[in-house]
Each structure stands twice: as structure tokens, then as C-alpha cells.
Design a protein around this ligand. Structure first.
Ligand code: ADP
Length: 463
């Protein structure tokens, strides 16, 4: 019997589509196909690879309305955010279509007249990707575009919550002329596909975006065949508002980074630290702005905040809010829910909590929901200590117009991505990634293609 799963709309609980799971045999066949695909794709010259990537990007843009709608239906995010994500997704393809042309090697002066030393780059091989449900398009293109640009073949397993966007993107890649064995999509349970990917000798690299525990197990399993790994894992972003900050600007940017995708992003602000002299003003203004956000179905144009992806995510958010309240947090707005377990939809109204402290779970664990916990600090040293006191190190934000404060915070925060007066720092042309348990490697920018390349050193003698 062929196993399958139903993709559901998290705003209503209604079924959208049934998707068959690939069998283990089919996945192994796809890996074999990807292996032979690599041999052909890696021999296609860089200018042609670049041209095909650009065509893929154009086709995605031509089908943007349809893709954005599918994304909103399976993920729940507002349509405006889905449209924004399609642009963000194609920006990676556009950037790496250009980088394909700049995979330079170098020559090194030899220590003897009879020798020449040449260093060149070559694609690593078949790349296997596992992607999450929160950015179904961009997390895929951020991996596929540099892999294909480098000359690697690519196989992706999307999250079972949101496979439809990815399936469509892969179809469009084929329509653009990228061979069917150069880019493939397989569907199945994470643990099963993860095992087949890591066991396969054909796969030379695993690239993963998801939770830290799954990332750790993929790293362990990749050790057996010494695969390269890129890991984009969990975050617990601090957002620091210094005493001199422009409060209105900080409020607007915090709103953006906290509530985008209903707070279900690995870079969204999780711990808001505000200087004690401005914490009351900031909290009041932030709570007032939060009250204006409209919760609902992402297909409704007025919606700012969509549903939580599933019951597990919802339960974690509610438990964190209850824990914080039981330990003395004050609710300024929110702590309101609209959930129906039978039907299968889970909405959390944007919530602002004040007077939170380090004893509360919300200050220790990633929330992945629209809850903003605010605490205060006296000195910058104290703010940095609280901010760094986590195993995570993905994104951090701070707001200040004082260059000494900004430089101090930048130098001392142990995070891979820093937004200084900027709540939305991600860009295709910049390196995205985390320190500590937030991951290994970077995606985006010139750093994002290196992990798909091997360095080959040639020494020519007897000249
Ligand atoms: P989340 O809890 O946010 O869904 P996960 O890390 O569980 O984060 O999921 C991210 C991706 O990893 C999804 O595509 C999921 O199917 C996949 N996944 C889940 N468990 C495993 C596993 N044991 N091995 C490999 N992939 C997995």
C-alpha cells in the first residue's frame, strides 16, 4: 500500500491535497538518478548553468500569484508575506546565477622554476537538502541555487506541512530547462528520508534548515561517510533597545521582526531587553502597536498575523505564556486564542508580556510564536550577558544611535547575524547563519556557494 499524507490549511484545518510518500526504493532510485545527473550537470559550462537559473527565476516570477496563494494555503502566512517570500526566494536564484560565473581558482608562485601550482574549484557532488515549513520557497532556493550554480545536482525533501510550494518550484526548474536528474523533490517522513540521505554514498553534502536536535542527529549520521554539512538551526534572538534609541523606530522594527510569519521564524526577536529608563514608554507604545494587528486567514488581505502551523507549536506557545504568567509576568496585550483541535486550526493573538525574567521558560527556549517578552537592563554589560546566555547564536538586534554603544554591542554579541537599527537583515547577497548550537556554515553571499565546492590543487613538475 502506498503511504500518503494530507496537506492541510492551518487557517481552517481543511484538506488541500493528498501527497504520496516516496517509498525507500523510490528515494534510493532518486539518489542514483541524482548521482548520474551530477556527472552531466557538472559538465555543463557555467554560463549555461547561469542562463538556466535565470530562466527558472523568471518562470517563478511569472507564476508568482499562484505560488504565493499555495504558500499561504499550506503555511498560513498572509498573502503579502507569501508574495514577499517569492521575491526573496528568486533573489537567491538571481544572485547565484551571477556567482556561477565567478568560481575562480588561482595560481601560486612555486618554489622552483620547474614547477607550476594551480588551484581550481569543482562542484562537490550530489547535494541532499531537508527544508522546514516556515519559508517553503526561500529555504529551498537558498540551497538549490548555490548548489546548481556550483555544478552540483540537488535533491530536496520539504516539510510534510508544506510540500506543495517546493513541488511547484521543482516543476518550474524543469520547465526552465534544468534537467530532471539535476534537481529533484522527494516526499517522506523526515527520519526515513534523513536516514536514506545520510546513508547514501552518492550524497556528498547535507544541507538542512530546521530544529537543533534534528540538525545534531544529521551531523552524527553524516560522519559515517564524511559528508559536508551546512546547518541552519534554532535561534533565540535578543533585541536590545539602548537608552538613547529612537523609540518609535525601535517599536516599528520590533513589530516587524517579532510578528512576521506569526513569530514562526528562527531569526525573530525572542527576548526584548529595554533600558530601564525607557522600558515603560517602549512597552506602552509596543503594546499599542501590537493591538492594531489583525489576526486571521492569510488569504484575507487585511490579515497581519496568520495561524500557528500545528497543535504541537500551539501547545508550546501556550505553555510558555502560562509559565511566564505563573512566575509574575504581566500581560499588556494578548494571551488570547482561537483554536479548534477537532477542526485543526490554532490562532494565537499577538501577545506582549512585561516583567519577564530568566526563570521563565520563554527566556530560555525558542518560542516560535507571536509572543513578545520584555525585560529591562541597567548597563550594556548586563544586556550583553543576558543576550549571550543561551546555547543559540543566530540573530541579534539592537537599537541605538550612539556609535560607541553600537560598536560595543556588535563586538560583544555572539551571534552570526546582527541587525543594528534593522529588524530585517536577511538578504541573498549577505551571509546568513549562526554560531554555537544555531548551526554550521553560512547561506547567501559569496560565503554561500563555497560549501558546494571542492578545492583541487594541481602541482605540475618537471617543466
Ligand atoms: P520543526 O519542529 O520546526 O518542524 P524539524 O527539525 O522537525 O523542525 O523539521 C524540519 C525538517 O526536518 C522537516 O522537513 C522535517 O520533515 C525534517 N525532519 C524531521 N525529523 C527528521 C529526522 N529525524 N531526520 C531528518 N529530517 C527530519
Amino acid at each position: 500500500m502506498v503511504s500518503s499524507f494530507i496537506v492541510k490549511n492551518p487557517a481552517t484545518g481543511e484538506s488541500i491535497q493528498e501527497v504520496p510518500r516516496h517509498t525507500e526504493e523510490e528515494i534510493n532510485q532518486a539518489l542514483d538518478k541524482g548521482h548520474t545527473g551530477f556527472k552531466k550537470w557538472s559538465k555543463i559550462n557555467a554560463h549555461e548553468r547561469s542562463r538556466l537559473l535565470k530562466k527558472w527565476s523568471l518562470l517563478i516570477q511569472e507564476n508568482k500569484e499562484e505560488i504565493a496563494k499555495v504558500m499561504t494555503m499550506e503555511n498560513g502566512k498572509p498573502l503579502s508575506e507569501s508574495n514577499g517570500e517569492v521575491n526573496y526566494a528568486t533573489s537567491y536564484i538571481d544572485w547565484y546565477a551571477e556567482e556561477a560565473l565567478r568560481l575562480y581558482g588561482r595560481t601560486i608562485p612555486a618554489a622552483s622554476e620547474a614547477k607550476r601550482i594551480v588551484v581550481s574549484k569543482q562542484p562537490i557532488g550530489l547535494v541532499a537538502a531537508i527544508t522546514p515549513w516556515n519559508f517553503p520557497a526561500a529555504m529551498m532556493t537558498r540551497k538549490a541555487a548555490p548548489a546548481l550554480a556550483a555544478g552540483c545536482s540537488f535533491i530536496v525533501k520539504p516539510a510534510e506541512e508544506t510540500p506543495l510550494t517546493t513541488i511547484r518550484l521543482v516543476e518550474l526548474a524543469h520547465e526552465a530547462g534544468i534537467p530532471e536528474d539535476a534537481i529533484q523533490c522527494v516526499n517522506g517522513r523526515g527520519s526515513v528520508v534523513g536516514r536514506l540521505f545520510t546513508e547514501s554514498p552518492h550524497v556528498r553534502k547535507i544541507t538542512f534548515t530546521g530544529s537543533t536536535p534534528v540538525g545534531k542527529s544529521l551531523i552524527k549520521d553524516s560522519a559515517e561517510t564524511i559528508k559536508h554539512v551546512t546547518m541552519e538551526l534554532g535561534g533565540h534572538a535578543p533585541l536590545i533597545v539602548a537608552e538613547d534609541a529612537d523609540i518609535d523606530f525601535a517599536v516599528a522594527q520590533t513589530l516587524l521582526t517579532k510578528f512576521r510569519n506569526a513569530g514562526q521564524t528562527c531569526v525573530c526577536a525572542n527576548r526584548i531587553l529595554v533600558h530601564e529608563n525607557i522600558v515603560d514608554t517602549f512597552s506602552e507604545k509596543f503594546a499599542e502597536a501590537t493591538k492594531q494587528l489583525k489576526v486571521g486567514n492569510g488569504l484575507d488581505e487585511a490579515t497581519d498575523v496568520g495561524p500557528i502551523i500545528n497543535e504541537k507549536g500551539y501547545n508550546k506557545i501556550v505553555a510558555q505564556v502560562n509559565d511566564a504568567i505563573s512566575k509574575g509576568a504581566e500581560v499588556l496585550v494578548g494571551n488570547k486564542y482561537d483554536a479548534d483541535k477537532e477542526k485543526g486550526f490554532f490562532f494565537v493573538y499577538p501577545t506582549v508580556l512585561k516583567n519577564v525574567d530568566g526563570s521563565m521558560d520563554i527566556m530560555q527556549e525558542e518560542t516560535f510564536g507571536p509572543v513578545a517578552p520584555i525585560t529591562s537592563f541597567k548597563t550594556l554589560e548586563e544586556a550583553v550577558e543576558i543576550a549571550n546566555n543561551t546555547p543559540y547564536g543566530l540573530a541579534a538586534y539592537f537599537f541605538t544611535n550612539d556609535y560607541r554603544t553600537g560598536t560595543y554591542l556588535h563586538d560583544n554579541l555572539d551571534f552570526g547575524i546582527i541587525g543594528w537599527n534593522d529588524g530585517a537583515p536577511s538578504a541573498a547577497h549577505a551571509p546568513f547563519g549562526g554560531m554555537k548550537e544555531s548551526g554550521l556554515g553560512r547561506e547567501g553571499g559569496i560565503e554561500g556557494i563555497e560549501p558546494y565546492l571542492e578545492t583541487k590543487y594541481l602541482s605540475i613538475g618537471n617543466l
